[in-house]
Ligand binder design. Structure first.
Ligand code: BT5
Length: 257
């Protein structure tokens, strides 16, 4: 892979705040363990915590999210989705659409969405999302939306062989430009989800590159099975060979002939 040619601008609080616009209230930390953990300490809707560097970034299911200093965008937004309980499972899908839209706006790159919310370029992961449900001081259910995007990593900085970066895909946008694209798209997708959950689901079905592929599903109980990914149902669950999968890891095996 070629070495990316990018001139890096440091993250700067006022520039980030301007990039996000008035909808979001942005705090920049030079270093944090995990922006999700910081944001959850005092969750106020509209708050966005950005870390220039995360020292203990978290993935799902106690996995870790690793990013070398200066190469990644790592932030968490606190949102009040104002959704019926039945529509909460659509939130991760709406956030995945937002990351895809935001990356496209900032870089021109088309990314793929692997169910439920991995962001891929080809078969390599360029961004991940960690959603956690928390309660406000008054008890309102809120979501901490954690987003990690590999913006500028060179090949020798990738934490795992299954990762890639926007720079390695040819993008020259810096972290602030990507932040602007994604925070704007996140506000738009959240509004769309509140207004018309079925329309967001329809957009997700169109964008989800898992559909039509053969996948292996690794279930939380340690078992797995393989089959064609046929649909995303109205509750945001993946349907594989007629079986409904609400939680589990999905591996793209090959395109269905
Ligand atoms: C995710 O988990 O993909 C969710 C990642 C969310 C990270 C953001 S950063 C801001 C906020 N604060 C946090 O602490 N977290 C959020 P999961 O699907 O479980 O994927 C984790 C797996 O991806 C790991 O086990 C590695 O195999 C791989 N991985 C780790 N770092 C990676 C990276 N930078 N790029 C691509 N893959 C990575």
């Amino acid at each position: 892979m070629p070495t990316p040619q990018i001139s890096w601008s440091p993250l700067e609080p006022q520039t980030l705040a301007a990039a996000a616009g008035p909808v979001w209230s942005v705090t920049l930390l030079s270093e944090a363990t995990s922006t999700n953990a910081v944001a959850a300490q005092n969750p106020v809707p509209g708050t966005v915590v950005v870390a220039d560097h995360q020292t203990a970034g978290r993935g799902r299911l106690d996995r870790s999210w690793e990013t070398p200093p200066g190469t990644a965008l790592t932030f968490s937004a606190v949102v009040d989705p104002r959704l019926d309980d039945a529509d909460w499972p659509l939130l991760p899908l709406a956030v995945a659409l937002a990351v895809a839209d935001g990356v496209r706006r900032a870089t021109g790159l088309e990314v793929g969405l692997k169910w439920p919310n991995d962001i891929l370029i080809g078969d390599l992961k360029v961004a991940g999302i960690l959603l956690e449900r928390v309660a406000s001081a008054s008890g309102t259910p809120l979501a901490v939306v954690g987003i990690g995007i590999n913006v500028g990593m060179a090949a020798d900085q990738l934490p795992v062989p299954t990762a890639t970066s926007l720079a390695l895909a040819g993008a020259t946008a810096d972290r602030t430009a990507v932040f602007s694209g994604v925070t704007g798209a996140l506000a738009a997708q959240l509004a769309a989800l509140r207004a018309d959950p079925a329309a967001v689901l329809a957009s997700y079905r169109t964008a989800c590159t898992t559909l039509g592929r053969t996948v292996r599903v690794d279930l939380p109980d340690g078992t797995s099975f393989t089959g064609p990914a046929d649909d995303v149902d109205d509750h945001g669950r993946l349907v594989v060979a007629g079986r409904v999968v609400g939680a589990g890891d999905v591996v793209h095996v090959r395109a269905t002939e």
